[in-house]
Design a protein around this ligand. Structure first.
Ligand code: CA
Ligand code: CA
Ligand code: CA
Length: 289
């Protein structure tokens, strides 16, 4: 009898052990599946969110200093300059602020948003300042009431530069060219030629108040307002030098850019503050998303 009871107990234990083993195996298998699936999804999301773009940058005393880098950037965006042509799916757009002629010396003032290129090139340009100016350096001197501006800035594309008025921040949002701003779009990348980016300047390293941050940068935002990347413009201390910074992502994910040109809004002398003007904008063809 005792033996029979032990036998029954042993059999029951054995069945229980088998069940537990089966459960443990199932749980283990399930856990393995979950464990392998979750990192795969996370990696995929992270890879899209944090993709590092290709960065193009150059700086120096003349247009020739940055020309080859700007040309490489054009090729990376898509070599074709689509001008004002609607219906494009590749290539890039440019804005040189020169009013269609390299001899145009007019000073053109506008409010914000600047809609000149909204329908033709899919760029809605805004500032928290009062508006914008397109002018040769002499016209910038008049506009900002500072005669030094006639000599401390240089053009990349003659004869005019570009600046917000009452702010150092310009934003550009993208829409499909030809849609008059009605079809939101994204671009693969955006680049800007700046003139007279002085900071960071090694000579300020001994300054106790230390102003070593980059004065001039571009922030790239996605369709949900998420900051994708920030690129600092390389400095070329002195006066009238040119700097270029541009990035290209592997796909069209940039919905908007924020350009900070210099420390403060134009007006003050370019000494304690770094005053910076802009020239050419270059960006990948805005495509619907
Ligand atoms: Ca120009
Ligand atoms: Ca300077
Ligand atoms: Ca400057």
């Amino acid at each position: 009898m005792k033996q029979n009871v032990e036998l029954l107990l042993n059999k029951a234990q054995s069945r229980l052990t088998n069940k537990l083993l089966t459960l443990a195996l199932a749980a283990s298998t399930g856990f393995t599946c979950l464990a392998s699936a979750q990192p795969a999804l996370a990696q995929s999301d992270d890879a899209k969110r944090f993709e590092t773009p290709t960065v193009f940058q150059a700086a120096g005393p003349s247009a020739a200093s940055i020309q080859s880098t700007v040309d490489q950037y054009r090729a990376a965006l898509g070599a074709a300059n689509n001008g004002n042509n609607p219906g494009q799916t590749s290539g890039h757009r440019e804005i040189n602020w020169d009013g269609g002629s390299p001899t145009n010396a007019t000073t053109s003032l506008s409010g914000t948003p600047l809609t000149t290129f909204l329908n033709t090139r899919g760029a809605n340009i805004t500032t928290r300042g009062s508006g914008f100016v397109q002018a040769p350096p002499s016209g910038l001197a008049d506009t900002f009431g500072n005669s030094s501006y006639a000599t401390i800035f240089r053009v990349f594309s003659p004869l005019r530069l570009f600046s917000p008025i009452g702010s150092n921040v310009t934003e550009v949002g993208f829409s499909v060219p030809g849609s008059n701003g009605n079809t939101p779009a994204t671009s693969t990348g955006f680049g800007v030629v700046f003139t007279d980016v002085d900071s960071p300047d090694g000579s300020r390293l001994r300054d106790r108040t230390g102003n070593r941050h980059a004065s001039t940068l571009i922030e790239y935002y996605g369709t949900h307002g998420d900051l994708l990347f920030t690129s600092n413009a390389p400095a070329s201390p002195g006066d009238g030098n040119l700097s270029f910074i541009g990035v290209v992502f592997g796909d069209a994910r940039v919905a908007r850019v924020r350009i900070i040109a210099g420390d403060v809004a134009p007006g003050p002398n370019d000494d304690r503050k770094d005053i910076v003007m802009m020239d050419d904008f270059l960006y990948g063809e805005p495509t619907p998303y």
